[in-house]
Design a protein. Structure first.
Length: 276
């Protein structure tokens, strides 16, 4: 386990009260005054032991400019793991193009697999219509129950993805080479995966070679992730909520992949309402 994984593990423990945290932070900052601040990541945990049975964890934030792409993904993994399991009747996903004139696309999927879509080039633009297409992952159908039983260890999850075989016509070239990038992104964006699996997917993405942080933008940190075909995937990730806010490509429910010259805003979550 490396330093960043240790930080992520520590942060999953119950937090001290705000009063204790502020007192500890004040004492720590007083000790550090005049000595400068060593920057080692987004969150620097310092454990001050009063006795063998009592410990206080003080957390000091540093500038977002100090975050690496790996930092952002690991912190999002911690946030994802802390998120309660979603409740609701429909898993709702909305893709909105920031380029004027391009339609938004929405889908509502029940836990039994029944699905409705809007803006999918079928019927009137504003109509919500039944859609027989299933959810897809790496070119193969995936059900709600399948997603609940995915591995929660990052390496085991990548191994599971590599072994998965789907329809080659519904897979990107990187997926055909068993590269996990786009399946992992699917698990943290448009698929209704449980918190533990989303956390594992974020941790697995953190091991992707070349991932970097392009800096803070509206909504979070913009990450650039290269693939072996020379494309640069861009994700705006909010590490505090583990939400992907924007992308530069569209992963279709049928496994298709479409790149965009502009950003695509993403909203995903559970709802009890299906528009009429």
């Amino acid at each position: 386990m490396d330093d960043l994984d240790s930080i992520a593990t520590l942060l999953t423990k119950p937090e001290p009260s705000r009063e204790v945290l502020l007192r500890s932070r004040g004492r720590l900052e007083a000790r550090m005054a005049g000595r400068g601040r060593r920057r080692t990541g987004w969150l620097v945990p310092v454990v001050a032991l009063a006795t063998a049975a009592a410990a206080v964890v003080a957390v000091i934030t540093v500038s977002p400019a100090d975050l690496s792409g790996r930092d952002v993904l690991l912190m999002a993994a911690v946030s994802a793991e802390r998120t309660p399991r979603g409740s609701g009747t429909y898993w709702h996903v909305l893709f909105s193009h920031e380029t004027p004139g391009l339609p938004s696309m929405e889908s509502w999927t029940r836990r039994d697999g029944r699905r409705w879509t809007r803006g999918m080039e079928v019927g009137p633009p504003e109509a919500v219509l039944p859609d027989p297409k299933p959810l897809m992952l790496k070119g193969a159908e995936v059900s709600f129950d399948d997603l609940q039983t995915l591995p929660t260890d990052p390496e085991a999850l990548k191994t599971w993805i590599a072994k998965r075989r789907g329809n080659p016509n519904d897979m990107s070239r990187s997926e055909l080479r068993d590269e996990p990038l786009f399946p992992l992104i699917s698990l943290i964006t448009e698929l209704p995966t449980p918190p533990e699996v989303r956390s594992a997917a974020f941790r697995a993405l953190a091991t992707t070679p070349g991932v970097r942080n392009a800096g803070p933008v509206e909504g979070g940190q913009e990450l650039v992730i290269p693939d072996s075909d020379g494309w640069e995937t861009r994700l705006v990730v909010d590490p505090e909520t583990a939400q992907v806010k924007r992308t530069n490509f569209l992963l279709g429910g049928d496994g298709s992949l479409t790149w965009s010259k502009g950003s695509i805003t993403l909203t995903a979550g559970w709802t009890d309402r299906l528009p009429r």
